[in-house]
Design a protein around this ligand. Structure first.
Ligand code: 5GP
Ligand code: MN
Length: 326
């Protein structure tokens, strides 16, 4: 089944001329690495390629090979034949990349979020895959698309970040096989790991210090949460990208089943980020109740209300689910 779907997507990639490779807002390593990897492979096929993300390239991922090719979308739409959404569970999460590709005749949707409804003409969703980067590697191999050291390094970062450095339960033997192939294709593991995990700006650690000050526990220490107000974010000068991974400090506590991170946004909403350590506690289902989505063990939502209100509502639901399932 997957080979036939890859074949259809491969054909569309070979036949198209003008491409836009897109990823979700508030991008992570999987979104940005996947976008660059597929964009570079298409370029090597001689295609006219745009690689757009609402936020452009993040400072912290600017070490990715050919990072400069990933830009913010233009204000005016451009003519493209094919728009490709990567790692994006719902089309709206493409943000302002969406209006820029209005003219696209074919939509390709490649993702690993179980909540992805399958929008688009050519759809490949594999919820078992730990990263969109892993699906792209399989596509590239299966369709004999170009791959070089730069593409390999982008895929490696995509997979490494979405598996929590090959630690999360969705990491399979296949993931390690792919990582090995990427290393053979030219990835310098030590260098890339250092740039990915040991290169944080000081303000990120100052943010962690503040967050730990707000840490609280619920449900007999099975739920841990912390929160970031707009005022604190401003005082510390943090960027949205500084948040990625901080929630892991809560998840790492023995006995904690659910970790929650609340972040007050400027638009009257609160961004809720959730992690679970038990398949029995599905945080995607909790977040879907509040208009969000994601995976069983990692999900999120944007909820209208003040920080205090949203904390109260969400923690009530989390306590309830944890109480019933553990
Ligand atoms: P994070 O907590 O790292 O922002 O997101 C964890 C997972 O939940 C990601 O797979 C992400 O796609 C999903 N997610 C985060 N926020 C939202 C949201 O507002 N809506 C939906 N549908 N998914 C989200
Ligand atoms: Mn992903």
């Amino acid at each position: 089944m997957s080979a036939a779907k890859f074949e259809q997507i491969g054909q569309a990639l070979r036949e198209g001329v003008r491409f836009a490779v897109l990823g979700h807002v508030r991008p992570d390593g999987d979104a940005l690495g996947s976008q660059l990897a597929l964009g570079l492979s298409l370029k090597q096929l001689g295609k006219d390629v745009r690689i757009w993300n609402e936020e452009g390239m993040l400072e912290k991922y600017s070490f990715l090979p050919n990072a400069n090719l990933l830009t913010k979308p233009p204000a005016e739409p451009e003519d493209v034949d094919v728009a490709i959404a990567l790692d994006t569970a719902i089309q709206n999460r493409l943000g302002n990349s969406l209006p820029a590709v209005r003219s696209a005749k074919v939509w390709i949707n490649i993702d690993h979020h179980p909540s992805n409804p399958g929008y688009g003409d050519l759809v490949y969703i594999d919820p078992k895959s730990p990263a969109t980067g892993q699906i792209l590697f399989e596509l590239i191999k299966s369709e004999k698309l170009p791959i070089d050291a730069a593409i390999a390094e982008n895929l490696y970062v995509a997979i490494s970040t979405d598996t929590g450095s090959f630690q999360y339960p969705n990491t399979t033997a296949r993931t390690f096989e792919i990582a090995a192939e990427l290393v053979r294709a030219g990835v310098d593991v030590g260098r890339v790991s250092q740039l990915t995990y040991e290169n944080y700006p000081r303000r990120r650690v100052e943010l962690l210090r503040d967050l730990l000050g707000t840490m609280r526990f619920d449900a007999n220490d099975r739920v841990a949460s912390f929160s970031l107000s707009l005022a604190t974010a401003k005082r510390l000068g943090v960027l949205p990208e500084d948040n990625e991974g901080l929630i892991d400090h809560l998840r790492a506590i023995r006995g904690v089943i659910v970790a929650v991170f609340f972040e007050e946004l400027a638009d009257g909403k609160v961004r809720v980020s959730m992690r679970s350590k038990s398949e029995k506690v599905n945080v995607c289902a909790i977040c879907e109740k509040f208009g969000g989505g994601g995976h069983v063990l990692a999900a999120g939502a944007r909820v209208r209300g003040s920080l205090a209100e949203v904390e109260r509502k969400i923690l009530e639901e989390v306590r309830d689910v944890v109480g019933r399932n553990s």
